[in-house]
Design a protein around this ligand. Structure first.
Ligand SMILES: *[C@@H]1O[C@H](CO)[C@@H](O)[C@H](O)[C@H]1NC(C)=O
Ligand SMILES: *[C@@H]1O[C@H](CO)[C@@H](O)[C@H](O)[C@H]1NC(C)=O
Ligand SMILES: *[C@@H]1O[C@H](CO)[C@@H](O)[C@H](O)[C@H]1NC(C)=O
Ligand SMILES: *[C@@H]1O[C@H](CO)[C@@H](O)[C@H](O)[C@H]1NC(C)=O
Ligand SMILES: *[C@@H]1O[C@H](CO)[C@@H](O)[C@H](O)[C@H]1NC(C)=O
Ligand SMILES: *[C@@H]1O[C@H](CO)[C@@H](O)[C@H](O)[C@H]1NC(C)=O
Ligand SMILES: *[C@@H]1O[C@H](CO)[C@@H](O)[C@H](O)[C@H]1NC(C)=O
Ligand SMILES: *[C@@H]1O[C@H](CO)[C@@H](O)[C@H](O)[C@H]1NC(C)=O
Length: 401
């Protein structure tokens, strides 16, 4: 009896030990994966991981730094949306300090001309306004070759920062940009992609004669990823800085491959990621609007932005496609040999099981599901040399049905 008892006790003890060990092991790996090996070279996550402090709540609601925001005008006109009003009342320039785009003195042109400088004030006419920028005309195929080597964000900030204005903004120096474009990137977790995206997209865009700024909208942990809601947030936050002409919604894992693919403002909503290497450079289906797409401010307001109902992967872009059709807008595209993209490798996302169901109901909800119904807090905002970062918590939930 006693020996049996002892062996039993021994078993129990062993079991407890094993459980403990397992626990430790799990903890150890959980910790590890949090600062996972591929990301550990990127300092962003380590330094600015959300730690439970609502940074912005101590800040100033009237400043350009953004605070909690919830539109409550659910039954009302989209055109009265907060976005436009708030933009017209703030004069904060998204291009650092050069708030006046129209009157840039042409110092560069005269700085080395000592004759002009010393002698005649008549000669140093700096009041002549800059010409309007012309879209670059590229006749022949002009491949853009992205460098997809992983590089630390710090290095990229150091390299590209001097060419940009704080917050990842840029405008041509020698002309006045016709297009002011907010590049909105919904984001979560993919720090490696972010760094590769930034190092390439700036190089690509700086030669396009547009003024732009990169907005990275990161969703806090807790709820499934809601790409569409993040894009709505990006729109609203970007509009607090400046009244952008148009918006390009850009997945962080897509990189353009041809310089003729201009990121300017489209007459009709433009689907841009037409030919992706992963899909053998073919358009999967005609109404597709995902990946990279461009819309003017008016387009976006007319359709009340994206639906906020799509948690998890898929559906939100097709819903937008329906919204556009409903508003008599149609989707334009560049030719397939221009609108080429490469997709960075990643694991497949968990699809949203309700995406088809949502899609069927979506058309009835345009008026009250979108820009006018989104609720969120910005926990943190930071202006990096190569991008503006918003850490957003959604205050809307997945609908239980
Ligand atoms: C969280 O971060 C903020 C800002 O970096 C800091 O002031 C605060 O002390 C941190 N809180 C904790 C609990 O670490
Ligand atoms: C908020 O803004 C007002 C005026 O714009 C300013 O006087 C005040 O100091 C600001 N408060 C903080 C905390 O920045
Ligand atoms: C939004 O409106 C509802 C009713 O219209 C009201 O109960 C609620 O308090 C409002 N929320 C905010 C944040 O104003
Ligand atoms: C903008 O310029 C003003 C002076 O013109 C200066 O005082 C201020 O610090 C500048 N702000 C930034 C963010 O550089
Ligand atoms: C200015 O002009 C002098 C001679 O006229 C030349 O040596 C110098 O390189 C010029 N500087 C710049 C920045 O062009
Ligand atoms: C100023 O202009 C006069 C003629 O207009 C010229 O002779 C003189 O050299 C100029 N001075 C300088 C410093 O260039
Ligand atoms: C890509 O970037 C890496 C550094 O991150 C550099 O060593 C390499 O030369 C670059 N490749 C090209 C083709 O420029
Ligand atoms: C917003 O205004 C535009 C033109 O001003 C109009 O075509 C559109 O239907 C309006 N949208 C709504 C929801 O009222």
């Amino acid at each position: 009896m006693t020996s049996k008892k002892i062996t039993l006790l021994r078993y129990l003890f062993a079991c407890v030990c094993m459980l403990l060990a397992l626990n430790l092991l799990i903890d150890y790996f959980a910790d590890k994966s949090d600062v996972s090996s591929s990301f550990s070279r990127l300092s962003l996550r380590k330094v600015y991981r959300y730690n439970g402090t609502v940074l912005s709540s101590t800040g100033n609601a009237s400043s350009s730094g953004s605070i909690s925001h919830s539109n409550n005008n659910t039954n009302n006109n989209i055109n009265n949306s907060l976005a436009l009003n708030s933009a017209s009342t703030t004069n904060v320039s998204p291009f650092a300090n050069s708030s006046n785009l129209q009157q840039q003195p042409q110092l560069e042109l005269h700085s080395n001309n000592s004759l002009n400088q010393v002698n005649g004030s008549k000669e140093t006419i700096t009041t002549e306004p800059l010409p309007l920028c012309q879209d670059p005309v590229i006749e022949e195929s002009s491949p853009f070759v992205p460098n997809i080597t992983l590089e630390s964000l710090d290095v990229i900030n150091d390299q590209l920062g001097p060419l940009l204005e704080p917050g990842g903004a840029f405008k041509p120096k020698d002309c006045i940009a016709r297009h002011h474009v907010a590049i909105v990137v919904p984001f979560r977790d993919r720090y490696a992609h972010l760094s590769i995206f930034l190092r390439n997209i700036h190089k690509f865009l700086m030669q396009q004669r547009i003024a732009y700024r990169i907005f990275i909208i990161e969703q806090t942990n807790g709820k499934p990823f809601n790409r569409a809601a993040l894009m709505n947030i990006g729109f609203l936050e970007a509009m607090k800085l400046y009244k952008w002409d148009c918006f390009i919604f850009h997945d962080v894992d897509l990189l353009p491959l041809d310089n003729r693919n201009l990121y300017n403002c489209p007459r009709q909503p433009r689907h841009m990621s037409v030919a992706i290497d992963k899909f053998n450079y073919k358009l999967p289906y005609r109404t597709i609007f995902g990946g990279v797409s461009a819309m003017t401010r008016e387009h976006f307001l007319t359709v009340n932005g994206f639906s906020n109902s799509y948690f998890g992967w898929g559906g939100e872009d097709d819903d937008m496609s329906n919204r556009l059709r409903n508003a008599n807008l149609f989707i334009a595209r560049y030719p397939i040999n221009i609108a080429r993209y490469t997709m960075l490798k990643h694991q497949k996302e968990k699809a949203n099981p309700k995406r088809y169901e949502n899609l069927v109901n979506g058309i009835n909800k345009i008026g009250n599901d979108g820009l006018n119904s989104i609720k969120y807090d910005i926990y943190s905002y930071k202006s990096y040399p190569t991008f503006s970062w918003y850490y957003a918590e959604l205050k809307i939930s997945e609908q239980k049905s």
